[in-house]
Structure formats: structure tokens, C-alpha cells
Design a protein around this ligand. Sequence first.
Ligand code: ZN
Length: 376
Amino acid sequence: MTRMFPVALLAITLGCETTARNAAVGDTAVTRAAATRDSIPAATTPPEPADSMSIRLSAGGDSVAGGTATGDSTLPALRTADISTPAGDSTAVRIEPLGPQRGGVVLASVAAPGTGAPRCTWKSEPLPCYRNGDLIRAIIPLPADDPGGGFVLTLDASGVAARRTIVIGDRDFGRQIVLLDSARYALVTRGKDIARDARAIRQVLRAESAEQLWQGAWLDPARGRKAEGYGTERFYYRASDSSRVMNLSPSARTTGDFGADTTTLGAGDAPSWRHAGVDIALGRGTPVRAAAAGMVAVASEYVLTGRTVILDHGQGVHTAYFHLDTITVHPGDVVRRGERIGRVGSTGLATGPHLHYGVYVHGRDVDPEAWQRIAR
Ligand SMILES: [Zn+2]
């Protein structure tokens, strides 16, 4: 047995003996999971180009030079021809990042002088979007739960009507079997309590307010080992249940997101959630800072997420901080970027001190690192 990975919210806490027995039952999936438990593989995350792109679109709908908007030549080119603007006019839609992927976030903005309220759609559904001065901006979440592909964004405001197809690249988030000791496994079986907590959390994350409370770049909420684990599908088993073969078929899928899944388990179901944030390895008591200015929407304690702070940054963007040892803010407090909101702990379903950090856009989880690369 080599070093334990202390952070992962649900890092495996078994001794070698049990692991060896599990491996011995011969299920290759289990064997592989056990063998890699000291170095939990990070999700495959090809680097996302940091640059933004801006394409000038002609009103005539001709193909535009430079219209290949993705940073990956294996992806289909962004289509730029399907845009409607007032006759004789043209519209420049700025879209970041190049080559967005599942789990990421897209920022789309267009100049639209005036004061009229904008209307936006994504995948033919209304998408909240806001006016920042003369700019209309839409923030599009691309949660890991949603497939990749090409989807249509529309932005409408007085005098401006833009329609764009944005291609979302695929990404592999990985899957893990997590073995829990009896006390921790007991937490994941508290289905009704977990569902109640999740309803409360989801309600907060759905809140939309027009004012953008943050300015400029975002901070890491704590300094530590590299954050990892966004989007990983995790399946939970009791560690003492070692005489059973644990089959994890290639088609096994989680059904909800950690902390925000309101469904309750059926008899015999293995608890499983997609990891809707990143884990950062830190010692107990390490200060946790607000990643950006915002208002405290939640300062409370829940079964899975432990002592929890959720900040509302405005325009549908929230951050979540789970498993805190102590919370040093109160609901309604306005916090500055970098202000301390609590200290690292291991409350809730955590096997050791670490910070679970989540970013949500319009109620959907996204990869905090992808957001941080473009947030401002
Ligand atoms: Zn976590």
C-alpha cells in the first residue's frame, strides 16, 4: 500500500486486506478500481485554448473567413452562416472559449446599445441572459450530464438578433468505485434526508438576479494540490461487503449530481452520483476564500455536503463550498473576492479534510476550472 489520496471526497478508506479480497473475486472492473485507488485518475481534460474569438458576421449570411471557431481540428467547424441581422447591418458575436467541451461554460456577448431587456435561447429553451451596459451577455452551462454536439444559441435585443450554432466537444470524465466504511456508508443510505437537502440546494442554485456582483478574474478558493474530479461518475459500496462481486458494466451511469440529486434510492440500488465539483487537498483549518464577490445564499449543514456555504454572484452564477469545518459567514452577508468564508474540514461524506468546490450556472454544475479560465 502506498500513500493514500487524502482528499477525494470519497477517497477509499479501506485497508489493503479488504481491497485484496475484492480484487480476488475476479471482477476486472473492481480489480482495476482497487489498483488505482492511490492515484485517482484525473478526468481527461485536453487544454482549452484561453483565447477568445470574435467573428464579424455579414448580414448577407455568406460564409465568413475565419469561421472555424473550434480549437480542435477534429471537431466540425462552427457554422457562421445562419445569422439574422437587420438588413444592411452586421453583428459581431463574441464567443469564448474556442472549442468548448462538455463540462465547460460558454460566454457569448453582443453589442446592443439601448436599455431593452434581452431574450436568449439555447437548444430552443429560454436561457437567462443579461444586459451589462451596451453589451448583452449569455452564460451557457455545459454540464457533464449533457451530450456534446452542435446546438443553437439565439440572442435578441432591440436592433440585434443573432443566431449561432456552437459545437460542444466530447470529454471523458471517468468513473470510480468508492468503498466506504460503515459509518460513511450509512450516510449515503439516508435517502429521504439527502433528497430533502438536495431540494433545498437546488432551489438556491436556480435563483437568478440581474446584477453581476463580481468584477474581474476569479480566485482559487484555497491554495492546494491541483483540484480534480469534476464530472467523474462515482459508485458507492460498503467496504465490509467484501464477499460480493461488484459488477460495474460499461453502461452503468449515475443518475444525479452529488449534493443536488433529489431522487431517492430503490431497494438494492448502489448509491451513485456524478461528482459535480472539484476536490482540493488541504489540511483541516485551512482558510477558504470566496472565489469572487457575492452574497451568502446558504450557510448551513447537510447530510452529504456537510457544513456548506453557497455564494450567489448574480446573473445565475453560484459557487459552493462543501465539507467545511467551520463557517464564518451568515446568509445575506455580502463578501468580497478573497474574503474568508470558512475553514477546510471533513464534515458530511468526506473521508479526510479537503475542499469540495463547485460552480453552478443557471442551476447546472460546470467544471470550476473551465469557468475560471473565462470568468471576468
Ligand atoms: Zn468533492
